[in-house]
Design a protein around this ligand. Structure first.
Ligand code: ZN
Length: 270
């Protein structure tokens, strides 16, 4: 088995301090959480930015501040910048890509969430993919439902995304793909032979879906963006979630990838 790449999605666009007091919101808090996750064994951090009121923002200044602080604390750590659309204006979703993170998220289709539509129109997907090509950023393709994998392959055909792909299968988001074995198996059948892939589970499905990836030689994404609970009544914090996956993976006999090893496996050029 290859070493396990652990990504921690530190903040996201939805969790607040009221929901979980440990959610890092300010650039300083986000960098401190990234450093703790790095020490716990994460090789990638996926970041979102918030404004002074704690709302999602596309402000390049805030992203710049976060990236600079993370690089100062742990220059080796791989940074994945979100281009996700929740709470952000469509045209501004690529506003931080000029910072040239090694990875950025790219969702290749639209889907309903429980009480909203997550809209990723074709022209926005193309725009983000082109920006990533220009800045030599590898997209982490976010697969929320079955159409998004063929959509990603179409981008490859059109020369907007380079192979090998790095896919992140997201399970358990209400309105999208349920956290069930049959859907996981379907993705395993359909993914390209030559790719790297990870699994995210939303809410209480996070750990069980991460385990499926650990057992099947994939990679994992954890973090408060996807799940704010460690246990039924215990709030999680980011490095606590990373630490649990490190323990489980090592018990299983799978070593955890350093950022350098992750870089090599994902074909990233620093
Ligand atoms: Zn995100």
């Amino acid at each position: 088995m290859q070493n396990l790449i652990i990504t921690c999605a530190l903040t996201g666009g939805v969790p607040t301090k009221e929901m979980n007091p440990y959610v890092p919101i300010t650039p300083k808090e986000i960098a401190e959480s990234a450093y703790a996750c790095y020490n716990a064994g994460a090789s990638v951090v996926h970041i979102h930015a918030r404004d002074r009121r704690g709302k999602p923002t596309s402000s390049p200044k805030v992203f710049e501040n976060i990236v600079a602080r993370i690089k100062a604390k742990c220059p080796e750590l791989i940074i994945n910048i979100s281009t996700g659309g929740r709470g952000r204006k469509q045209e501004e979703r690529g506003s931080a890509l000029y910072l040239r993170p090694e990875l950025a998220s790219l969702t290749t289709g639209s889907v309903n969430f429980s009480n909203s539509a997550y809209v990723n129109p074709p022209h926005i997907i193309d725009m983000l993919a082109k920006q990533m090509l220009e800045y030599n950023i590898k997209p982490e393709i976010e697969i929320f439902d079955a159409s998004m994998l063929p959509n990603a392959l179409e981008l490859v055909k059109r020369g907007l995304v380079k192979e090998p792909l790095y896919l992140n299968f997201i399970f358990g988001m209400k309105g999208a793909t349920p956290a069930e074995m049959k859907y996981f198996q379907r993705y395993m059948q359909d993914k390209p032979v030559n790719c790297q892939w990870a699994v995210s589970g939303i809410g209480k499905s996070q750990l069980e879906m991460n385990l499926l990836a650990i057992y099947n030689n994939g990679h994992v994404r954890t973090g408060l963006e996807d799940n704010i609970w460690y246990d039924k009544d215990v709030h999680a914090f980011n490095d606590l979630l990373v630490d649990r996956l490190v323990r489980i993976s090592r018990e299983y006999g799978r070593e955890v990838a350093s950022p350098g090893e992750a870089r090599e496996m994902l074909g990233l050029k620093k």
